[in-house]
Design a protein around this ligand. Sequence first.
Ligand SMILES: [Zn+2]
Length: 246
Amino acid sequence: MEVKTEVIILKSWKSKEYNRIYSIYSKEFGKMLISALGVRKMKAKLASSLEPLTESELFLVKCRSLDRVKGAITLKPYLKIKRNLDALLLSKGTIEILDKLVEFDLRSQEIFLALKDFLRFLDKLSTSAANFEQTPAKLAQLSFFWKVIFYSGYFPRLNHCIFCQQKITEKDFYDFYISQGISCGCQKRNDFKFKLHKNTIKLIKFFVSQDISAVAKIKIGNKDLLNLKQFTKINLERILDKKVVI
Ligand SMILES: [Zn+2]
């Protein structure tokens, strides 16, 4: 049986002498591992459609182990990203984390569309001499992570206090207890807690509800960006249970 699917290639590695295994994110099936035979032997047309960071349409043959690529059409090669070192590093780092973050059985079209939007946005940005550590590239990356966290079901509880269950009333900083959520201040504990700024909460709620064109218009100060980056990092580390560099 053969299936057609729209995918973004995340990464690949060698298998046997001439074959490769690919981790891909498919619009229809979510994250998958697939194999391609002979791609390393010839300068196969297939090989360019299967390069990491490429958007392609794949024709897959169902196999007992991994599905095998029978045909491929490149939809978008993201060449501008590939030719801009900063953009390339940012996208590779993002894809690396995405690959670890999503489970194989999670079929989320929203994640696929968010990834596509993120790469298209970076590709467009790559023509200018943008500094990729600054906004809006960094905001685009952070907003993408929050969409993935949200659609994977890992979004932290931010509306109610984890101790007294009361609705959180607005103040500048909240105590965020990793793996549990925020406290209104009714109890003090000595576990490690993060000082979460109210603007960070507003931003991540905005990220999951808006597309990248709206995110690109946001202007934020350095303090807000720092709090947002740190909060994103501790949440990625909470989910992956390992250190993350973003
Ligand atoms: Zn409370």
